[in-house]
Write a protein that binds this ligand. Sequence first.
Ligand code: KIV
Length: 277
Amino acid sequence: MERKKVTISDFMQKKEAGQKITMMTAYDYPTAGLVDQAEMDSILVGDSLAMVVLGHDSTVPVTMDEMLHHCKAVVRGAAHSFVIGDMPFMSYQVSPEKAVSNAGRFIKEARCDAVKLEGGTEMAPVVRAIVVAGIPVCAHIGLTPQTATKLSGFKVQGKDAEGARELVESARELEKAGAFMIVLECIPDAVAARITEALNIPTIGIGAGKYCDGQVLVYHDLVGLFERFVPKMVKQYVNLAPMVKKALIQYKEEVESGAFPGAEHSFTMKAEEAEKL
Ligand code: KIV
C-alpha cells in the first residue's frame, strides 16, 4: 500500500483505536530519511538540538535561526512523517504576537507541519493565538527543560497529589486552547495515565510510562551517539559511538600506513596518457 503523509487526523484516529503513536527526534536530512523509512508517525526537531548536536549544556541557548536551519534539512528528508519544529526559549514567551510570528517562520520558511512549545496553563493564551493563526501546536508539560532552573533542576514532576492535579489542569487548559497533541516529560506513569484518559488529544510520553498514546525519544540517546549521559528514561537500542570511533581509528591508521586508499578506491588512466605526464 502506498504510504501517505501523516496528518493530525491520523493521530486522533490512532488514539481512538488504541494504536500507539511513534515519534523520534531528528536534526538533519540523513537522519530524517532513516526515521521516515522506519515509518515513524512523527519527527520532532527538538530544541535538544542544542545539547546533542550543537554541544551546549542546556537547551536554552539555541536560536530561532539555528532551529529553522535544521528544520529545513529534516523536512527535506521526511517524505511521510509529520514534522514538528520546537520553538526555542524566548521565541514565544515575550508576547502572543511574537509567538505567532515565530511559529509562522517554522511553517512558512522551514515548511514544518506544526510547532511545539513548553509550558502549562500560563501558556494557554499563546497556544490559542498560534492556533487561531492556523498553525497546529503540540504542547509540552512536566519536566520542561527550557525552564529547568525554575523547576530546581531536571527532576520528575507531579510526584505529589497537588503537583499531579496541576499537571492534569494544565493539560486540560492546553487542550481547550487548541493544542492537537501534548508531550508529557518525566512524570509518574499514573499521572500520565490520568491525563491521557482526561484528554481527547493524544499524549506523547518521554519518561512518562506506558499509558501515553505514544512515545518519543531523542535520536542520539536511542542510537548511543550522545556520550555525556544516558537519562533513566532512555532505552539505548544500539551503541554507535564505540563503533564509529573504531571505524575512525582504523581509517586514520590505514591512511598513516598507506593501506588506504587501495587500488579499488583509486582511479586509473590509460597507460599512453600516463606516459605523457
Ligand atoms: O527537544 C526535545 O527533543 C524534546 C523532546 C525530549 C520531547 O522536547
